[in-house]
Design a protein around this ligand. Structure first.
Ligand SMILES: Nc1ncnc2c1ncn2[C@@H]1O[C@H](COP(=O)(O)OP(=O)(O)OP(=O)(O)O)[C@@H](O)[C@H]1O
Ligand SMILES: [Mg+2]
Length: 396
């Protein structure tokens, strides 16, 4: 321990000054994020031990410059030294939780109710079954009596209206408490539940028109759907993400940072590698991955023989890689594709192995999402509600 010399700042004062040093990537100050490990004050020299999330952090020189400029203004200080360290996996996990909280606190309000669990279905590449998973899970949740918003965020390649047989155009209406007309989602009742669906496919006449609108209002469509749709009292919001990891994901992270990602992959190891990109994007934008869903798993023929057409093990390998659960393996079944074409998700019929998997995943999601009534007095309503994320994995 250092002796305090006259005029020297206290450790508390130094730590307080360090609250002005922001980690640009994590969006919060290094002191409150717990990155300041040690503060030593002696002989005109302040030595700060800083733990970076990763040793090779590209922002290191920026952080160093900021620390020095904040502390060197103190009249007593002659020199500021920095000892760089690296966080353990647990520390990193804790910092990411704090950063997530921070992002949530600072997010602009959207029209999505606070209590709605938001699940975005994403993948690193196209055609792996995001839209099929989205509509089947949404329908399975509705069949369980839930009210489920479905946002088709695949602006150019929308497929949700077809897959749910909901082609009607969206309308706008004045709604109490709003100063401009709100978009009213199209509704479809399933069992005791309800789907409330918006898609750019419900805004435009045909795909030709969609092309014409490209670059105009459609670029803002997701933002508009989050801000201007009158969702009402929805339990879940399922978002069908476009293929790849682009602007839509970043925008969603900014506007609805409480979004949890469900990452879809095929059993092929190549697809799994691509899907890691989606997980990586999630990490960078602080979105949490709620789990992995393997789609197009082994096809079982009528004689009971299994054909793993797209390989095996990709889903589990990806789940292990990002440290989350594999929530289910949806087999290849002609009924999934036929249901998509007919606008009748197979999960509604409940027939076949694929439907059973979708239903099981929906049950699991319901089980891990506290009901609103349970949370009425909970001050930490915006807190992590997903229980299936294993902390300390690589999702830091
Ligand atoms: N488990 C399955 N069994 C059989 N066919 C499936 C299965 N999952 C998806 N399909 C079919 O595969 C095709 C691609 O699925 P889908 O459109 O859901 O993928 P996507 O990831 O949303 O694609 P995109 O990236 O183009 O948005 C569709 O024709 C769909 O019906
Ligand atoms: Mg799709």
């Amino acid at each position: 321990m250092s002796q305090r010399t006259p005029g020297a700042p206290t450790v508390e004062e130094v730590r307080n000054l360090l609250r002005a040093v922001i980690d640009p990537e994590l969006g919060s100050n290094i002191e409150d994020l717990g990155m300041v490990d040690t503060v030593t004050i002696a002989d005109g020299i302040i030595t700060i031990g800083v733990k970076l999330t990763i040793r090779g952090c590209p922002l290191r020189s920026q952080i160093q410059k900021d620390i020095k400029s904040r502390l060197e203004v103190h009249p007593w200080v002659q020199k500021v030294k920095i000892d760089w360290g690296e966080m353990t996996a647990d520390e990193r996990s804790e910092v990411m939780t704090k950063a997530r909280w921070n992002a949530r606190e600072n997010a602009a309000p959207t029209a999505v109710p606070e209590r709605t669990r938001v699940l975005a279905v994403a993948s690193g590449k196209g055609g792996v079954g995001k839209s099929s998973v989205t509509v089947n899970l949404a329908a399975a949740l509705a069949a369980r009596g839930k009210t489920v918003g479905v946002l088709d965020a695949d602006i150019w390649g929308f497929s949700v209206p077809r897959m749910l047989n909901m082609p009607d155009r969206l309308e706008a209406q004045m709604v109490e408490g709003r100063d401009k007309p709100a978009i009213i989602p199209n509704e479809r009742h399933i069992g005791d539940g309800l789907l409330k669906v918006v898609s750019t496919g419900m805004l435009v006449e045909d795909e030709g028109t969609a092309l014409m609108w490209r670059g105009l209002m459609l670029t803002k469509a997701v933002e508009q759907f989050l801000n201007d749709v009158h969702w009402g009292d929805i339990d879940f919001l399922m978002i069908d993400m476009p293929p790849g990891t682009g602007d839509v994901q970043m925008g969603l992270a900014r506007m609805l940072p409480r979004t949890d990602l469900l990452i879809v992959t095929t059993p092929a190891v190549s697809a799994q590698k691509v899907a890691i990109r989606a997980a990586d994007m999630a990490r960078r934008s602080f979105l949490r991955v709620a789990g992995v869903i393997e789609n197009m798993s082994a096809f079982t023929c009528e004689h009971g023989e299994e054909y793993p057409l797209f390989g095996t093990g990709g889903g589990q390998a990806l789940a292990d890689e990002i440290g989350v659960e594999l929530l289910g393996q949806v087999p290849i079944e002609p009924t999934v594709a036929a249901g998509g074409d007919a606008g009748e998700p197979v999960s509604i019929t409940g027939l076949g192995a694929a439907a059973a998997v979708f239903t099981a995943i929906a049950d699991r999601i319901i089980a891990e999402t506290p009901a609103f009534d349970d949370m009425a007095d909970c001050s930490a309503r915006g807190a992590d509600v997903s229980v299936n994320v294993r902390r300390g994995g690589t999702q830091q």
